[in-house]
Each structure stands twice: as structure tokens, then as C-alpha cells.
Design a protein around this ligand. Structure first.
Ligand code: SF4
Ligand code: SF4
Length: 103
């Protein structure tokens, strides 16, 4: 399990660093970088905090993701979780974050 940070999109705001409960992300040359990828347990806090969608999350084969990558797009209260499948298909799961604790 791990995340990937797109250097080109990262604006170095540090929000993902503050959000990570395991202190697994650092700032290097003004860009966020995952420092200890093997310790990431996939809480997705860094994805939700990033204001520019620079963080993506690998859904490895071990959890049925077959190497898919998940990213998030925010639209006011709605989080659109986009799952990019290995063969190019994109699945979208939209959740109102106010209702997130109901599940
Ligand atoms: S998914 Fe959670 S544990 Fe993993 S790097 Fe992001 S904030 Fe840290
Ligand atoms: S929250 Fe996003 S933009 Fe800010 S440092 Fe982290 S990856 Fe970069």
C-alpha cells in the first residue's frame, strides 16, 4: 500500500505532511515526498487534504485493485473518488463528506 505524489502538481503547501498520522511525508526541494512508503496504511488523509489533487493512492493486487490508482476531486461537499483501472477505465464513487460517518 502506498501513495504517489505528482511533483509537477505539488505546490509545497505542506497540508499532506500535517495530515499524515504516521509522519510518513516530508518536503524536499519544495515538493512533498513519501519518505517511508512501506509504512503507509492507506488512511487517505493526505489525498483529502491536498488542494490540487497531487496525491494518488495505489490499490495493489493484494487488495483486489490489480494495480489501479485512486485519486480524489473535491466539489464543495462532494468528494469524487476516481479509480483509474490498469486498462484505462475510470470508475467514480461520489460521496457527500457530511454523510461519511454514516457508513
Ligand atoms: S495514506 Fe495516510 S498513512 Fe499513507 S501517507 Fe497518506 S496520510 Fe500517511
Ligand atoms: S498537500 Fe498536495 S500540494 Fe500540498 S504539499 Fe502535499 S502534495 Fe503538495
Amino acid at each position: 500500500m502506498s501513495i504517489r505524489i505528482h511533483k509537477e502538481s505539488c505546490i509545497g503547501c505542506g497540508r499532506c505532511i500535517e495530515a499524515c498520522p504516521g509522519n510518513l511525508i516530508g518536503l524536499m526541494e519544495g515538493k512533498a515526498k513519501i519518505l517511508i512508503p512501506e509504512d503507509c496504511w492507506g488512511c487517505t488523509s493526505c489525498l483529502k487534504e491536498c488542494p490540487v489533487g497531487a496525491v494518488a493512492y495505489y490499490l495493489g493486487a493484494d487488495m483486489g485493485g490489480r494495480g489501479a490508482v485512486m485519486s480524489i476531486e473535491k466539489e464543495k461537499e462532494i468528494y469524487h473518488w476516481k479509480i483509474h483501472m490498469p486498462k484505462g477505465e475510470i470508475k467514480v464513487i461520489s460521496v457527500n463528506r457530511k454523510n461519511a460517518n454514516q457508513y
